[in-house]
Design a protein around this ligand. Structure first.
Ligand SMILES: NC(=O)c1ccc[n+]([C@@H]2O[C@H](COP(=O)([O-])OP(=O)(O)OC[C@H]3O[C@@H](n4cnc5c(N)ncnc54)[C@H](O)[C@@H]3O)[C@@H](O)[C@H]2O)c1
Length: 438
């Protein structure tokens, strides 16, 4: 089968990782990669570093690691850069985020400290709860985009980078709906010149990346790159994009459990999810406009997985509520409760309770690593536009207009692995398996 493999250019040279938002997720990712490179920690949670992939028939026993199967950039070749509204270097920001043990952080201090953020594109109109001074000024939003491109060019030159990837880890912006200015590249560029209010800072980073031919991933729930104007630019530049909103904590659990309940035809009366968290992400989400962006992303999951229209008796009338409560004493130690009211045979009611004491950024950091490596692979494989095979990583996966997103974690994983098999000209795995019984 391997004669059908896609041409993939080699992962030679340094890969620059551009991160708007050097907060809890961004710094936990950077410090983690440095710790793994030094051999003092394991990249737990990362499919690209630990995952395997079955090839051919089960009788063939061919199960390489994913990193041996597809040509991914090496961790030693990653170079980090980023933007933030605070001047703290990566080490100071990681200490303040309070996720990693300071003893571990000290072992990678010089490497993490060397990441000094460029001034951010920021306005409080889009994140009401934050106020920082390390912010660009310019005559127009186009001017700001050009300044971001200049940062990128300088970074590329200073480190002799062969390729780059941008992954947005900045705070959640207020809820925006698509406007006329988002509908075409021409309208968007006019909007940049006229500083149209519907163009958020995250869109300016995305625009700058795509203009420079750099793949873009959106870890926040904002609209950002999910607008026709920027998809048009991604297509014309031949650049892959993906998003939105890293699928960690509570939504990860939801997309693991809901497919299981549905596969057994167990009914759902209600799913109540509530969280307490005290980090900066929690503070930002305490603003109703930012929370609305997050809520939309979190709520969409169950409807798509459970398909109420196909199963009105089981899922036609369930209540789904999501709450996030900012509670400073907890810091980054989030606690998420789920109360799930289900019903079984003859309508008998039952309940499931989950109490997930998770560290959001610990769950998010390996996703950042995988997305960086897979987007770079996609770029070298000539894949452009929305990368639906990376839905596995997102709460609110981007997909082609007219399609509904796939949320079921297990279908997402199968799609991801089949995409890798396709790239290498290997047979896709359908799990039919009749040949074993002929
Ligand atoms: N597991 C997770 O932690 C998780 C899961 C899904 C999505 N997310 C999303 O990832 C993002 C980051 O989460 P976090 O926990 O690291 O939050 P955080 O508050 O610790 O970090 C965000 C950083 O972005 C900076 N920032 C804000 N606006 C900016 C701008 N315009 N340009 C540059 N920097 C800017 C802030 O100063 C802060 O340092 C949020 O949007 C969050 O909703 C996180």
């Amino acid at each position: 089968m391997t004669e059908n493999r896609v041409r993939i250019s080699p992962a030679d040279g340094k890969l620059g990782v551009l991160i708007p938002g050097l907060g809890a997720v961004g710094t936990t990712f950077i410090a983690g990669v440095e710790a793994v490179k030094k051999g003092i920690a394991q990249p737990i949670g990362s499919l690209t570093q630990l995952g395997t992939i079955r090839l051919g028939k089960r009788t063939e026993h061919r199960v390489p690691t994913i990193r041996d199967f597809v040509p991914l950039a090496e961790l030693d070749d990653l170079v980090f850069g980023g933007w933030d509204i605070f001047e703290d270097n990566g080490y100071e920001a990681a200490l303040k985020a309070g996720v990693l043990d300071p003893r571990l952080l000290d072992q990678v201090r010089p490497e993490v400290e060397s990441v000094r953020p460029w001034k951010a594109v920021f306005s409080q109109d889009y994140v009401k709860k934050l106020d920082g001074r390390h912010v660009k000024t310019g005559a127009s939003k186009m001017d700001l985009a050009e300044q971001v491109m200049a940062d990128i060019d300088g970074f590329r030159q200073a480190h002799g980078l062969e390729r780059l990837v941008m992954i947005l880890c900045a705070s959640t912006e207020v809820f925006l709906t698509p406007q006329p200015v988002h509908q075409s590249l021409e309208a968007f560029e006019r909007g940049l010149r006229e500083s149209d209010a519907a163009i958020a800072p995250s869109m300016i980073y995305a625009y700058a990346a795509l203009r420079r031919g750099i793949p873009f991933a959106n870890g926040a729930p904002n609209l950002t790159v999910d607008i026709p104007a920027l998809l048009e630019l991604a297509d014309s530049q031949g650049v892959p994009v993906c998003g939105k909103d890293f699928k960690t904590g509570q939504t990860l659990m939801k997309t693991i459990l809901a497919p299981g309940l549905k596969s057994r035809m167990i009914g759902l009366a209600g799913w109540f999810s509530t969280n307490i968290l005290g980090n900066r992400d929690g503070e930002v989400l305490d603003d109703p406009d930012s929370f609305k962006t997050k809520e939309e992303s979190k709520l969409s999951v169950l409807d798509q997985i459970l398909q109420p229209r196909l199963y009105p008796d089981l899922y036609g009338d369930f209540t789904h509520k999501v709450r996030i409560n900012y509670y400073p004493p907890r810091g980054d130690n989030k606690e998420g409760w789920d109360n799930i009211d289900i019903f079984g045979w003859l309508g008998h009611p039952m309940q499931i309770k989950i109490d997930f004491l998770c560290r959001d950024s610990i769950l998010a950091a390996p996703l950042v690593l995988d997305l960086v490596l897979f987007l770079d692979l996609a770029q070298r494989s000539g894949m452009r536009g929305i990368q639906e095979w990376l839905s596995f990583y997102f709460k609110s996966p981007m997909c082609a207009p007219g399609l509904y997103p796939e949320h079921d974690l297990f279908i997402q994983l199968m799609k991801l692995k089949n995409t890798l098999r396709h790239l290498r000209g290997e047979e896709l795995i359908t799990h039919l398996g009749m040949e074993y019984y002929d």
